[in-house]
Ligand binder design. Structure first.
Ligand SMILES: N[C@@H](CCC(=O)N[C@@H](CS)C(=O)NCC(=O)O)C(=O)O
Length: 248
């Protein structure tokens, strides 16, 4: 029995939903409400001490961290393989996973918070702002830096540069390869999809203008049934925040 504790718009949750759907695995989709701070309750922290989503429960046993969960699922349910068959191939895939976690996954948080999530902090009293920041576990210093007004222009520009570098690196790799790790769709592709989808949602898709290899890959990913299932209505920030919808 698989249960995914997750949030529809969380990019880390989307990585795991893509994997579950691609592998055709049935799971209970349990929604964790960030506004109600359900990820910071003692019960949730007992499962995931970082106070972040997603958490997978497999027969009740918690597995944490989205990339770890993806690899766990692929190991336990190998029928639809999403990892290369050789150790060298898997090393190549893991190199992509680490790069994606370190560079674009970290970078996309800056425009996401500046454009979308900061609005929930702007009008808090000093005491409530401090309480909100203090309640965070893994991301406390990130929330401290963000304050109530968001990240600086310099930090935003740096994160956009990191996203450009990622798209360029992917485009180069995809010159002579269908997917990031050759002719097999792997966890590496699914790991980066939520960042790319969020970029589009935040109107940052100009970054891949003219990147033909990248665009071919993006079209191919979007045509997979797992993509439509993962991005059900309510999974994008523009589904939720009216002002983001209007600029569409
Ligand atoms: N390395 C973790 C990071 C998970 C993470 O940062 N999750 C975000 C949503 S994508 C979260 O739960 N944020 C809660 C918060 O900001 O309080 C993973 O990949 O699972």
């Amino acid at each position: 029995m698989l249960e995914l504790l997750n949030n529809p718009i969380s990019t880390c949750s989307q990585k795991v939903r893509l994997t579950l759907h691609e592998k055709g695995l049935a799971f209970t989709d349990t929604k964790i409400d960030f506004r109600k701070k359900e990820h910071l309750t003692p019960q949730y922290l007992a499962l995931n001490p970082d106070g972040v989503v997603p958490t997978l429960l497999h027969d009740g046993a918690p597995v944490c961290d989205s990339s770890v969960i993806m690899e766990y699922l692929d190991e336990v349910f190998p029928e639809v393989p999403l990892s290369p068959p050789t150790p060298l191939g898997r090393a190549k895939m893991r190199k992509w996973l680490r790069f994606i976690e370190e560079v674009p996954t970290a970078a996309i948080r800056i425009p996401s918070f500046n454009k979308v999530f900061i609005r929930h902090r702007r009008d808090l009293s000093e005491a409530d702002l401090a309480k909100d920041t203090g309640a965070r576990t893994l991301r406390r210093t990130f929330y401290e830096e963000m304050g109530r007004h968001g990240f600086t222009e310099a930090r935003l520009e740096e994160s956009l540069e990191r996203l450009r570098e990622t798209v360029d690196r992917m485009d180069r790799t995809l010159t002579d390869s269908e997917w990031l790790c050759g002719d097999q769709l792997t966890l590496a592709d699914f790991c980066v999809v939520p960042t790319i989808d969020r970029m589009r949602d935040l109107r940052l898709d100009g970054i891949w203008d003219g990147r033909a290899n990248f665009e071919r890959w993006w079209q191919a990913i979007q045509s997979r049934p797992a993509f439509a299932k993962t991005y059900a209505p309510g999974s994008r920030v523009s589904d939720i925040y009216e002002d983001l919808k209007e600029t569409a």
